[in-house]
Design a protein around this ligand. Structure first.
Ligand SMILES: Nc1ncnc2c1ncn2[C@@H]1O[C@H](COP(=O)(O)OP(=O)(O)OP(=O)(O)O)[C@@H](O)[C@H]1O
Ligand SMILES: [Mg+2]
Length: 377
């Protein structure tokens, strides 16, 4: 059974449509990320689920209960806000235990629950401090602790790691994954950081312009982005998306752009002649060998690999090489694009995916019967 359901939910602020036609089924115990650029409606969606914002229309359920008219305090949820508001006059311990005190949990039990939560978040040495005596990352952990101690049915987390430095962020990411596994609670996690969403989630809801673009497990979002927006948003370094045109017919498509002409394999029934775009992930690009001349523009050495940008006319493409490859900007290189790897999209910024669905047995392109007949007996 779905634990959290949005059915045709709209949220308008005056004439502005912050969330449009949202349908989302989140399973019990699932870790779901709402991912998208700033202003796409993530926080608004979470606030509606928390009861801090009312949908203009549509229905929100938690479990089998419609919660549209249920007060925030009666929804059995805990939310960690983007700007974690701690009570400045209370100590860390009092801040964390506050929800328990409010609920009337008796003192000994409160102390036990506080200890468990503080141990888990490594806050035990800080329990007597005031929030102003903590770093941003420590404050963020206190805010998390205050939500955890309530042990709600559903956790709502709005960019809870945004104020942490890179190292602590990585650490907290691992902690949250572990915590989710241990508690088995439904978690809805808002982020604009695709690495967080990719590493932590069971499924990712990618949003843009108030609309859900795709809702799928991380690997599926990466391998089969439903449209051009998702394709460009997911992946670091990003996918190169090239505007061009498809020509040919089913089974014999080509994609052409100035300086690039490739066989377009694995297209589905929606492919048609005319304007389209091709997406090439860095791993689909081979630099140094191939049949297409390009100019080397930039080499970024990250240590374990090089990120290399090449250009063909006005088209810039990003690839990766091993760190031992030595090139200098301006050098001419040959490149090739793995014909089994590109993604194709219909015309337009949200043009939908044109690739065929992969065969259910795996991600390998299925071999046609004509190929099989070539195998000698
Ligand atoms: N109370 C409000 N009144 C008017 N417009 C609002 C209100 N709250 C949010 N919006 C608008 O709705 C859109 C979505 O806002 P929201 O806070 O949900 O974005 P977000 O995806 O969480 O972005 P961010 O990553 O920057 O936090 C924005 O354009 C925002 O300006
Ligand atoms: Mg937000």
């Amino acid at each position: 059974m779905a634990d959290v359901t949005f059915s045709n939910v709209q949220k308008h602020f005056g004439a502005f449509r912050a969330v449009q036609d949202l349908n989302l089924d989140i399973r019990e115990g699932e870790f779901v990320s709402l991912l998208g650029p700033s202003g796409c409606g993530k926080t608004t969606t979470l606030r509606m689920l928390a009861g801090l914002e009312f949908p203009t229309s549509g229905e929100i359920r938690i479990g089998d209960r419609v919660v549209n008219d249920v007060a925030p305090g009666k929804r059995d949820i805990a939310m960690v806000f983007q700007s974690y508001a701690l009570y400045p006059h209370m100590t860390v311990g009092e801040n964390i235990a506050y929800p328990l005190k409010k609920r009337g949990v008796e003192k000994a039990e409160r102390a036990r629950m506080l200890k468990d939560t503080a141990d888990m978040l490594q806050l035990t040495p800080l329990l007597r401090r005031k929030p102003r005596e903590l770093s941003g990352g420590q404050q963020q952990r206190v805010a998390l602790g205050r939500a955890l101690v309530r042990d709600p049915k559903v956790f709502l987390l709005d960019e809870p790691l945004s104020n942490l430095d890179a190292k602590l962020r990585g650490h907290m990411r691992a902690e949250l994954i572990e915590l989710h596994r241990r508690l088995g609670r439904t978690m809805v996690y808002v982020t604009h950081d695709q690495l967080e969403a990719m590493t932590m989630s069971d499924r990712i809801a990618v949003m843009e312009g108030g609309k859900l673009q795709q809702f799928a497990p991380p690997q599926e979002v990466y391998r089969e982005p439903s449209n051009r927006f998702v394709a460009g948003f997911i992946g670091t370094p990003g996918m190169t998306i090239i505007d061009g045109a498809l020509s040919g017919s089913p089974g014999a498509w080509r994609f052409d752009a100035p300086g690039i002409s490739v066989e377009a394999r694995h297209l589905g029934p929606d492919a048609a002649e005319g304007a389209a775009s091709m997406g090439v992930r860095p791993e689909a690009l081979t630099i140094g060998t191939g049949d297409t001349p390009a100019t080397l523009r930039l080499v970024e050495q990250t240590g374990h690999e090089n990120i290399v940008v090449v250009s063909i006319g006005d088209i810039r493409m990003t690839g990766r090489t091993t760190p031992d490859k030595v090139w200098s900007p301006g050098e001419e290189v040959m490149i090739s694009i793995d014909p089994d790897m590109p993604h194709f999209f219909a015309d337009g910024p949200n043009g939908k995916r044109l690739n065929a669905k992969p065969s259910p047995r795996g991600n390998e392109p299925s071999h046609s019967l004509s190929n099989l007949s070539e195998v000698s007996p």
